[in-house]
Design a protein around this ligand. Structure first.
Ligand SMILES: *[C@@H]1O[C@H](CO)[C@@H](O)[C@H](O)[C@H]1NC(C)=O
Ligand SMILES: *[C@@H]1O[C@H](CO)[C@@H](O)[C@H](O)[C@H]1NC(C)=O
Length: 740
């Protein structure tokens, strides 16, 4: 009894959780909600009589405003209960240094042209160099591109790691991606006499390796294939979509020979390109992850798995220990299935022209999800419990010891034999008639395998934790053109909507299994794409009716004007403050509003249409949308924060047509009135419509410049300009001709 008490008082947690200030947000939310109710009441009670102008437009606005209000309500779940964590890695180290669990790190790459091998191995080297006992680390690279160039780069990395790892440990190097470290040498302050010499020699090795890899990438083939037996796996008949499983253990950590130059053990390093055949569907990244889960279970079988994208290098060598503070905490650790870190980018500009950083999502919304049971799994920067990925349900009794018990050393006696034996685990047919992709592993069937997998983990009783350290743990490469960001969001929003329409719909499947706040949180993201309908409606109808001088909003002198003005102002002021509070700039906020609009009127709209077509059975009908890799020119414009259009895309036609429609309507009404001063006469009845279109025009300024002024290759292609002018003029003409 007595010793128990002492233990209790001495107990130091490995992580601490604090809640954010809720009062201010809750007051704000309540006040906005009242405003929204008043708007609904006004709309519902003032519908024009049959035969009057604007009756149908009015009813449509009622629908749009009901949707906005409903969606706003859902999104408040993100702010209702913010929680923040702090970890204590020193306590972890004192208590468990000898018992730390093994860790398997999965790096996924899919295409050697979009994801250059040198980028991939920098990520690999950064995670091999974690501040963690190396005999407990294993790094697996899944190459869905099945590229010998990537394999070559990894082979080079395995040799370079013998120098890089001891160098990192000796001088406590940060960050541990060699490209980044050597790319910014001026900042390093090390007061060791040998440092300068070691630095120079390791840097030279890195640059030589980089040179060889870039040469091979450039010529597209391997000059000396005799260098490693692994190259024999590529023959003339193998291609990206048609090859046998390629499994190569490049560093066997249990081999006494596998030591770095300081004599320490190296982590395991494994290359896997799962079998690909044209007649077998490969399930994208989820399929790759599942193959890795199986193959790694026969090699290192670590109880914790870290999954990173190949462009996300580790910017902090401490992240593993941070994550383990959650899993190994005696009181709360056993409830946690995964620990998600935010996705941050090394390559964003000051005002984040494309809203790459998803700043508010990372700094606010995910903390809010955490308060309801845990953040979603977002496919990168995430530590998982292996057993949970393998389908284990939550049970209260399980305790921390499990992590330690699974900590046996692995021994590989015959690498070649093992490789041959394990190949079958990554074959196309292995998963046939199995639960893989359904109950076991990452789930198949939607383009956002991460979200649906995380959701089903939450629904089986587990929690997750969101850890957002001040120094970013992982840094990725940001999108550098508008097209890239819109295509990415189309895929996300389409996948999310598919989840909503599947049996995993959070609102039905999650009911009774997860917190209602978490259901709302998931729903907010899953319903991204239907949002487009209301936004598109709002960006077409009010300006067209403005052109016809038909008022759809209350007059300025009416009391009903107040709730509109109040909600519009309060929501935007709050959002701007929130953005700046999260570390953004005012211009950054304005840029984000623009991207918000573009996503909703193009990506989300097309995602919605595609999903509906799929439901109706027209699954082959697809909007073909192209994406490009950025060249130097594009990179320069990105840094100058000049928006990159440059290609023809249906999404660009959509956003341009809407922007022009608003511009034409605003100009049209001015022409009709004869002068700007007579705009005053419209002010009383049309103030809000002028405001809506005016804001629309203001936010689209860079787009107009791209359409009509710029001459550089990043401007809007003239075919898009022509099409959008025609569409916008047509819409204006038809609507003025139509008599209601
Ligand atoms: C990455 O980590 C370093 C410390 O090693 C830090 O100075 C830097 O700000 C981080 N990078 C970014 C983009 O935040
Ligand atoms: C972004 O990355 C590219 C290469 O990927 C580099 O040339 C450029 O300087 C980076 N820009 C910023 C702002 O970090």
């Amino acid at each position: 009894m007595g010793s128990n008490n002492i233990n209790k008082t001495e107990y130091l947690p490995l992580f601490r959780t604090r809640t954010g200030n809720r009062l201010f947000h809750r007051l704000y939310a309540a006040a906005i909600f009242v405003g929204i109710l008043l708007i609904w009441i006004y709309r519902a009670t003032h519908i024009p009589k049959p035969g009057e102008d604007g009756r149908w437009a009015w009813i449509g606005l009622l629908g749009a405003e009901i949707w906005f209000g409903f969606y706003w309500f859902l999104s408040q779940s993100h702010r209702w209960n913010l929680v923040y964590h702090e970890t204590f890695p020193d306590t972890l180290s004192q208590r468990y240094e000898e018992e730390l669990p093994k860790l398997d790190i999965f790096v996924c790459t899919a295409d050697p042209t979009i994801e250059p091998p040198i980028l991939v191995i920098n990520t690999v080297l950064s995670v091999m160099a974690y501040d963690y006992p190396t005999h407990k680390l294993s790094v697996y690279l899944s190459d869905d591109g099945g590229s010998e160039l990537t394999f070559y780069a990894l082979l080079e990395a395995s040799r370079f790691s013998k120098h890089w790892l001891p160098f990192c440990k000796k001088y406590k190097v940060e960050p541990r991606s060699p490209a980044v470290y050597f790319g910014s040498p001026s900042q390093h302050q090390v007061s060791d006499a040998n440092y300068a010499q070691d630095f120079a020699s390791v840097k030279k090795l890195y640059e030589e390796m980089e040179g060889r890899i870039e040469l091979v990438t450039k010529i597209g083939r391997i000059p000396n294939k005799a260098e490693h037996k692994g190259f024999a796996s590529w023959d003339s008949s193998s291609s990206r979509g048609n090859h046998d499983t390629i499994l190569q253990i490049l560093i066997n950590g249990s081999d006494p020979e596998a030591k770095d130059i300081a004599g320490s053990t190296l982590p395991y390093l494994v290359y896997l390109a799962r079998e690909k055949r044209p007649q077998h569907f490969h399930n994208f990244k989820a399929g790759a992850m599942n193959a890795l889960i199986r193959v790694s279970s026969e090699i290192s079988n670590a109880p914790i798995i870290l999954n990173v994208d190949c462009d996300m290098y580790s910017n902090s060598s401490q992240s593993v220990r941070d994550a383990l503070c959650f899993f190994m905490d005696e009181q709360k650790g056993h409830e946690l299935a995964f620990v998600q870190f935010p996705q941050k980018f090394k390559n964003t500009t000051r005002n984040d022209l494309y809203g790459n950083e998803l700043r508010v999502i990372a700094e606010v919304e995910f903390h809010g999800l955490d308060g309801h049971g845990g953040p979603m799994y977002i496919g990168t920067g995430c530590f998982h419990r292996r057993e949970v990925l393998c389908g284990r349900k939550f049970s209260k009794e399980r305790r921390i010891d499990d992590l330690k018990r699974q900590n046996n050393e692995c021994k590989i006696s015959n690498v070649h034999e093992l490789e041959e034996r394990l190949k079958n685990l990554a074959s196309c047919t292995y998963e046939e008639n199995s639960q893989w992709g359904k109950e076991v592993g990452l789930k198949y069937g939607v383009p956002v395998e991460d979200v649906i997998t995380g959701l089903s983990i939450h629904c089986s009783g587990w929690r997750s934790a969101y850890y957002n350290p001040a120094r970013p743990a992982f840094l990725g490469v940001a999108a550098t053109s508008l097209d890239q960001i819109l295509v990415q969001h189309k895929r996300w929003s389409e996948g999310d909507l598919q989840i909503y329409l599947s049996k995993y719909c959070p609102a039905l499947y999650g009911l009774g299994k997860i917190n209602i706040g978490l259901i709302m949180g998931y729903s907010t993201y899953c319903l991204w794409s239907p949002n487009s309908l209301a936004v598109v409606y709002y960006s077409i109808i009010p300006p067209l009716y403005l052109l016809k001088s038909i008022s759809l909003f209350p007059q300025v002198s009416s009391v009903w004007f107040l709730p509109f003005a109040y909600v519009i102002i309060a929501v935007h002021v709050y959002s701007a403050f929130e953005f700046i509070y999260c570390g953004g700039t005012f211009v950054g906020w304005w840029n984000e509003q623009r991207i918000w609009l573009y996503k909703r009127t193009s990506s989300y709209l097309l995602a919605f249409v595609d999903t509906v077509l799929k439901l109706l059975g027209y699954s082959d009908m697809k909007f073909v949308i192209s994406s490009k890799v950025a060249d130097e020119d594009v990179a320069r414009r990105f840094e100058e924060e000049v928006m990159e259009f440059g290609i023809t895309s249906p999404m660009f036609t959509l956003i341009s047509s809407l922007a022009l429609l608003n511009l034409f309507c605003l100009i049209g009404i001015l022409l009709k009135l004869g002068s700007i001063s007579s705009l005053g006469s419209l002010y009383e009845t049309m103030a809000l419509q002028i405001l809506v279109s005016g804001a629309f025009v203001a936010i689209n300024l860079p787009l107009y410049i791209g359409l009509f002024v710029r001459k550089d290759p990043g401007r809007m292609p003239s075919s898009v300009t022509a099409k959008s002018v025609i569409f916008a003029l047509l819409a204006c003409t038809i609507s003025t001709l139509l008599v209601q």
